[in-house]
Design a protein around this ligand. Sequence first.
Ligand code: FAD
Length: 317
Amino acid sequence: MTVLAVAEHRRGELRDVSFEVITAGRELADATGGELHVAVISGAVDEYAERLNREGVDAVHTVERGEEFNHDVYVQAIEQLADAVDPTYVVAPNSVNGLDYVPAVASRLDLPLVTDAVALDVDDGLTVTRELYSGKAEGELDVAGERAVVTIRGGEWPAADGTGEAPIDSFDVDVDESAVRSTVTGFQEVGAGDVDITDADVLVSVGRGIEEEDNLDIIEDLADALGATVSASRPIVDNGWLPKDRQVGQSGKVVTPDVYIAIGISGAVQHVAGMKGAETIVAINDDPSAPIYDIADYGIVDDLFDVVPALTEEFSG
Ligand SMILES: Cc1cc2nc3c(=O)[nH]c(=O)nc-3n(C[C@H](O)[C@H](O)[C@H](O)COP(=O)(O)OP(=O)(O)OC[C@H]3O[C@@H](n4cnc5c(N)ncnc54)[C@H](O)[C@@H]3O)c2cc1C
C-alpha cells in the first residue's frame, strides 16, 4: 500500500503545508504498512525535491512542467502518477490550489474525496475528522472502500523534519496539451506591497480591545520592537482599520507562526480557527475568563494599554 502526498509551492517557494502533508501521509503509510511517495509538480522541482526529502519519505517524484500551478497539468500529472504508484491514499493540502485540482483528480481516479481533514485514522478503513459549525463540533467520516483522496487543513500536522534518503525520480508526464485550457499569466497580491501574514514567524494580533484606530500605533510599536508582523481579528478589518489580508480566522487567513500574541482578542471560535496552529500563543486580555485563555500558552491578565507599551519598552532596550 502506498500513500501519495502532493506538495505545494507558490511563486518559487515551497509552502509550509508541503511538509505537513508529508507528516499526514507518513501517518497513513505507517498505519497501512506502506510507503510514502511525495510528488512535486512544476517550478524548481529539483530544488524542491531535495527539501521534501525528509525522514519517512520513501520516494520523491518530480514533474517538470511550467513554473506555476496549473489545474490541467496537475490533474494529468497526478492521474498518471497514480497509475504508476497505485496509491491507496492521495493526500493534498486543503488550500486554494488543492481545492482546485483535487476534486478533478478524485473524479478521474473514481475515488471518494474528503476535504479539510483535521485528523486521520486508519483502522478498518479510513476515518477522517472534520470540524463542523465553525469548529464548535467535530465529525468523523468513515470512508467507504479501500482507497481515498483527502485534503488536510494547514497547521493541523507538524511539519516533517529530518533529512531523508529517498530516491528522487523525474516522472515523465505525457501532457495532453489540448486539455490544458488555462494558463497563469501573472500574480497579483491583494493589497500589493503588503506583507503575507501566513509567512510571518511572529504575529502581533490586535482585536476589538484596542477600541480606536488611533490606538493601533501602540500595536505597531510593539511589532517593530519584536520584528513582528501585525495581524487582526475580524472587527478591526470590518472597521477598515487594517486591510482584509491581515485578518486571521475562519473567513480570514490560517496562520502558523512560531509566536502569536493576541492582544484584546476574546478568542471566538471563528478567530481561533485561524491561529490555533501557532506554536506559542500569548494572550493579553483584561478578562481572565476570555476563551483565548483556553488555548494560550502564556497570558497577561491586564489592561493592554498598560501592558503593550511596557513590553515595547522592554523589547526595544
Ligand atoms: C461566519 C463568521 C465568520 C467569522 N470569521 C472571523 C474571522 O475570520 N476572524 C475573526 O477574528 N472573527 C471572525 N468572526 C467574528 C467572531 O465571531 C468574533 O466576533 C470576533 O473574532 C471577535 O473579535 P475580537 O476578539 O477582536 O472582539 P471581542 O470579542 O469584542 O473581544 C475583545 C476582547 O478584548 C478584551 N479587552 C477589551 N478591552 C481591553 C483592554 N483594555 N485590555 C485588555 N483586553 C481588553 C475583552 O475582554 C475581549 O475579550 C466571524 C464570525 C462569523 C459569524
